[in-house]
Design a binder for this molecule. Structure first.
Ligand code: BGC
Length: 415
């Protein structure tokens, strides 16, 4: 009687109507690293959707941009037999986890996914011919965010080449504005470095960071990449050590700094702060990367639960919700990304998202659509980690570019 009374009250409040007691009782534990203002709003859309469907959302948020801390926590949970219902995993790591035999397929809710996903992305969601991951959205990594007022003081034109970039940075400096807001974690170093690799052309990027081609990795052009990174570092402030990415974004939002190199999850922070693209800030492709697009697709995988052979109703509901057109729209509006599901209307999105969408279509056709190394899309963990170590060492010491390049070629061989 008591239970029915509670269910009746929840139903009257607009929650949990028409769901069975079995569903109502299932609690879905979700491990993710979306803890900044914009990120929390975006994941909140999923939480609300699941709650409306009668599930209990158990949040397992592990702070730390790009998810290194979350991945460590996940390993501990799985090893101790407490795998969450779902976890934020992407790129080649999906296959890694699948090969451990700990994931459950979600094919039964993915009937129309193939025709609604770009083929490159559909492939990543599979292991052994089954769907094991559900994709949220597409983030473009190669963005430069610029405070509009700061840009106006520095000539008003977003830079499209490195010489233009340094000219703008010098003008900001002369106007008393900190030119670049930079955070201080290895993944942020790697994000900037891969931007500069991409500025050498998508072909160069692919050979270097997808094929790990030794000739390209040790080329003079790669030495030039490190030289450019060193020059960019000259425009950082002294306080970047340990700084989180969203605090660096806040510096650009508040006009304390002029520019930030960051993927478009930064746009979620601008949106959360009530700032508008075009009037408060500018989003521009990183100099030299206008025709290229480093993609970063967030996804959830689903872990086998104690006593269950297949995906539970809650896990299937999560996967289904994530790929539903309404959710895809609402999530990306908050997250700064664009829907990964094809055919979702872009009408409600801002100019930056519309540009991201248009540039994505061009890049897919021209071969400029490449996976982000810094965000776990291009290489398995071991090689990506070794390359990241090389870049971070370079950016936190006085190492010369030639010896960094030698270390890079060695790191790329890590298996
Ligand atoms: C994830 C984004 C996240 C960002 C910062 C990226 O690797 O793909 O969803 O917002 O890290 O945490």
């Amino acid at each position: 009687m008591k239970f029915r009374a509670i269910m009746g009250a929840l139903c009257a409040a607009g929650l949990m109507c028409g769901v069975s007691a079995v569903q109502a009782a299932e609690s879905v534990e979700v491990l993710h690293w979306w803890t900044s203002g914009g990120e929390s709003k975006a994941v909140g859309v999923l939480k609300d959707d699941m709650t409306k469907q009668g599930y209990t959302w158990k949040d397992f948020a592990v702070a730390g941009g790009a998810g290194a801390a979350a991945m460590t926590a996940l390993k501990t949970q799985v090893i101790s037999g407490n795998a969450p219902s779902a976890a934020q995993i992407k790129g080649p790591l999906i296959q890694d986890w699948a090969s451990q035999g700990v994931l459950v397929p979600i094919d039964s809710v993915a009937g129309d996914w193939k025709k609604n996903l770009p083929p490159e992305i559909d492939k990543i969601m599979h292991a052994d011919g089954h769907y094991v991951a559900a994709p949220f959205s597409v983030h473009r990594v190669n963005w430069l965010y610029i405070n509009k007022a700061a840009l106006d003081k520095a000539g008003g034109k977003a830079p499209t080449t490195w010489p233009e970039f340094f000219a703008v940075a010098d003008k900001m400096k002369a106007a008393g504005i900190q030119p670049i807001a930079m955070g201080g974690q290895p993944w942020q170093d790697l994000t900037l470095w891969e931007d500069v690799v991409l500025s050498q052309g998508a072909g160069f990027y692919k050979k270097a960071l997808v094929d790990l081609d030794e000739k390209t990795l040790t080329s003079d052009q790669m030495v030039g990449v490190f030289d450019t990174v060193r020059k960019i570092q000259g425009y950082f402030d002294a306080g970047r050590t340990g700084r989180d990415w969203n605090l660096a974004t806040a510096m650009v939002i508040n006009g304390k700094a002029g520019m930030q190199f960051m993927g478009d999850w930064a746009k979620g922070e601008f949106a959360n702060a009530g700032k508008k693209s075009g009037s408060d800030y500018i989003c521009a492709a990183v100099p030299g990367t206008e025709k290229s697009y480093t993609f970063n697709v967030d996804s959830f995988v689903f872990f086998q639960q104690k006593g269950q052979k297949a995906a539970t109703p809650g896990q299937l509901a999560l996967a289904k919700t994530i790929m539903s057109p309404d959710f895809q729209e609402q999530f990306s509006l908050n997250k700064g990304s664009i829907p990964v599901r094809l055919g979702v209307s872009m009408a409600k999105f801002d100019d930056c998202a519309k540009k991201s969408y248009a540039d994505e279509q061009v890049a897919i056709k021209s071969g400029g659509y490449v996976p982000s190394l810094a965000h776990g899309m291009a290489q398995p963990d071991a090689a990506a980690g070794a390359i990241s170590d090389v870049v971070t060492k370079f950016m936190n010491s006085q190492q010369d570019s030639k010896s960094a390049v030698a270390a890079l070629a060695k790191a790329a061989k890590t298996k």
